[in-house]
Design a protein around this ligand. Structure first.
Ligand code: PBG
Length: 349
């Protein structure tokens, strides 16, 4: 189609000036009204796309705000059950709980992670009993449980030991599955953990427990507020660059995803979210598998703090950022905005 059609110039001077460009195609025509914009919309965000990460803490009737994540609290198990009920009411498919573990229970190898009575396992049991229909996507990683804040076992000479860590992750995954977790979500970035966890689950009869792999997880500055929430900011020794990915890499993300899929991952995740939309798109286009993004704590904080400071319209920024994930090919998003978005979407119907 030619962009400019040759048209005879009108003799009416008014019409002539109004159409002086002689355009056949005017992209704005489809944007002229709400009905038309709705009709040509390519991607739609729905409540079915949301996974809600929540923070757990010991105690009862307890809610403690996370200072760097305004609007987000750590909650005790009874409160977490209420959150699960709220999520179910709103139609949010799944929760992703993360624990703030009592510092006295942390040790160099994260032993508490394997305890079938730990905070996570107790929360999973309580939530599953009260709200069986909600999906529970539970974290397999040692950082909430280690005294040094790493996702794996730290050797005397400062290395994170891969295979030793994977053995512990398998036992952690089994404890979570035993408690009733629907989906294990390893966020540690050790090599070979998906295959090992799959084998461990299958060996124990948990063949229906899914695995959502944090397949392409980057060593990112955007995890800061999360580390406040689970109390690893102060304790973390060094950084995680020997296991999490270099933010400069893209092809490497495809290899990570390919390996995790070959090892048995049911769903894959890219993390963080917005700065890595190009990775989401490549993953979706290359593999065509269920692909998720984690809009991480720092992304949440940026939007929420800017909104509270009056710099941006928070509600619009929240919806725009989540729509961007869908546009980039994601099937769903882990987001701290989940209950607010779900509330807005319900009200809009
Ligand atoms: C660690 C883990 C992290 C997040 C989830 N699991 C951070 C890290 O690697 O230190 C970050 C989530 C967020 O920032 O919201 N296993």
């Amino acid at each position: 189609m030619t962009l400019r059609a040759l048209r005879p110039a009108s003799s009416d001077p008014q019409t002539q000036s109004a159409s002086s460009l002689g355009l056949t195609t005017r992209m704005r025509r489809n944007r002229k009204s709400d009905w038309s914009r709705r009709l040509v919309r390519e991607t739609v965000l729905t409540t079915n796309d949301l996974i809600w990460p929540i923070f757990l803490v010991d105690g009862s009737e307890a809610r403690a705000p996370v200072a760097t994540m305004p609007g987000v609290d750590r909650v005790s198990i009874d409160e977490a059950v209420r959150e699960a009920e709220k999520a179910a009411r709103l139609g949010i498919p799944a929760l992703a709980p993360f624990p703030y573990v009592d510092p006295d229970l942390r040790d160099p190898v994260g032993s508490e992670a394997e305890n079938q009575r730990n905070l996570m396992c107790r929360a999973v049991r309580a939530i599953k009993q009260a709200v069986p229909e909600i999906g529970l996507v539970t974290d397999a990683a040692l950082d909430p449980y280690t005294s040094h804040g790493h996702d794996g076992v730290l050797s005397a000479d400062g290395r994170i030991l891969n295979d030793e860590t994977v053995a512990i992750l398998c036992r952690q995954a089994l404890a979570l599955a035993e408690a009733g977790s629907d989906c294990i979500s390893p966020s540690d970035m050790m090599d070979g953990r998906i295959g090992a966890i799959r084998a461990a689950l299958d060996g124990a009869g948990f063949t229906d427990v899914q695995i959502m792999s944090y397949a392409a997880k980057y060593a990112s500055a955007f995890y800061g507020p999360f580390r406040d929430a689970i109390g690893t900011k102060q304790t973390l020794i060094g950084d995680k660059r020997t296991y999490q990915m270099d933010p400069a890499n893209s092809d490497e993300a495809l290899r990570e995803v390919e390996i995790d899929l070959a090892e048995g991952a049911d769903m894959v995740m890219v993390k963080p979210g917005l700065p890595y939309l190009d990775i989401c798109r490549r993953v979706k286009d290359t593999f065509g598998v269920p692909t998720f993004a984690y809009q991480v704590s720092g992304e949440y904080a940026m939007i929420e703090m800017a909104a509270r400071a009056g710099a941006i319209d928070g509600e619009r920024a929240m919806l725009e950022s989540l729509t961007a994930f869908k546009r980039a090919g994601c099937d769903g998003i882990l987001t701290y905005f989940a209950p607010r978005v779900a509330g807005l979407l319900a009200a809009a119907r």
